[in-house]
Design a protein around this ligand. Structure first.
Ligand code: NAI
Length: 332
């Protein structure tokens, strides 16, 4: 199988190169550029393409890939909301993803963001570098004894629940399909409204679907406990950015930590130091002193990259062997 890997970063090359010798019959070429209507035609002659989380895999792109003969889409990520699964099905394309590579990596980043906004590490770091050793304005809250509300308790949400329990927090959870294991570990499932009004720290861990789109909006923000911390490491569009900005302006939040946000796609994984950003939403979010934004790096640990490369190559091999790994298949 010949695979073209789009948007290849140095850390992608490193992790895939380390595993490739274990997969005879698979060849991999790297492309720095991401998948665009212009670069789709470069996949001519390849059996599969490998794309990351921010690649546009809508109907038009899948048509272009189909036209140049691509039969397999290897997503080196968990989320697949960027893919038109119906179009992939119509074009008879096999799509595989990496459902869980290191849930703890993302959960640990969620807690890192929570700690950063809570203890104002982003401000403290800058102040001390400027020889300003004053503590004024840096007061946070002690997480121990406070209430964490975890929305979505799949692999990452469960890891986050356990981290919060480790901090001595009471943990409330909301999920359409509660986990029995978590309930035994002292996590209480409650209705969403109760979680929103009782939690000092809220962390989002459900996928982006029609149902979860803008689940944090004007109405839900009004239900929040005043002065809570909101963390989103899941998908930007779970939160209505305009309503979030209004909520921050009206002092609803102690702090907000975002690894993902709406309109992140042009920014994610790019160095745009010299650019004037086209989106005022991003600029406005960055302007608040109690908001910390990272660029979709929740997954970025050596262990997670290693697992992503291994599973992606396993996925490719399973297609070569005509038995695509059922649990990793993306279906309509
Ligand atoms: P998962 O599939 O294991 O868990 C998702 C959970 O959300 C499930 O328990 C499901 O029942 C629940 N859920 C679905 N719809 C819901 C609704 N309407 N209300 C409440 N709960 C609902 O997924 P996993 O692996 O835990 O990943 C969660 C999300 O994290 C992914 O969808 C992805 O968007 C994001 N992610 C972010 C990364 C980053 O680098 N920042 C890396 C990997 C994933």
């Amino acid at each position: 199988m010949k695979i073209l890997l789009y948007d290849a970063k140095p850390y992608d090359r490193e992790s895939f190169d380390a595993h490739l010798p274990d997969y005879p019959g698979i060849t991999l070429d790297y492309l720095d550029a991401d998948l665009t209507p212009g670069t789709a035609r470069l996949a001519q002659g390849y059996d599969a393409i490998c794309a990351f989380v921010n690649a546009d895999l809508g109907r038009d792109m899948l048509r272009r890939l189909h036209e140049v003969g691509v039969k397999t889409i290897l997503l080196r990520c968990a989320g697949f909301n960027q893919l038109d699964a119906y179009a992939a099905d119509e074009y008879d394309m096999t799509v595989l993803r990496v459902p869980g590579y290191s849930p703890e990596a993302v959960a640990e980043h969620a807690m890192a963001l929570a700690l950063a906004v809570n203890r104002k590490l982003h401000k403290a770091y800058i102040k001390v570098r400027e020889n300003n050793f004053s503590l004024v304005g840096l007061t946070g809250m002690t997480f121990h004894g406070k209430t964490a509300g975890i929305i979505g308790t799949g692999k990452i949400g469960q890891a986050m629940c356990r981290i919060c329990r480790g901090f001595g927090m009471k943990v409330l959870a909301y999920d359409k399909y509660p986990s029995e294991a978590l309930a035994v570990e002292g996590v209480s499932y409650v209705p969403l409204d109760q979680l929103l009004s009782a939690s000092d720290l809220i962390s989002l861990h459900c996928p982006l679907t029609d149902e979860t789109y803008h689940m944090i909006n004007k109405d839900t923000i009004e239900k929040l406990k005043p002065g809570c911390i909101l963390i989103n490491t899941s998908r930007g569009a779970l939160v209505d950015s305009t309503d979030l900005i209004a909520g921050i302006r009206s002092h609803r939040f102690f702090g907000v930590g975002l690894d993902v946000y709406e309109e992140e796609n042009n920014n994610v994984f790019e160095n745009r130091e010299d650019d004037i950003l086209e989106s005022s939403i991003t600029s406005r979010l960055l302007s608040f002193p109690n908001v910390v934004v990272t660029s979709h790096q929740g997954f970025l640990t050596h262990e997670a990259l290693d697992a992503i490369a291994r599973t992606t190559l396993d996925n490719a091999m399973s297609v070569v062997d005509h038995y695509p790994i059922e649990a990793n298949l993306v279906k309509v």
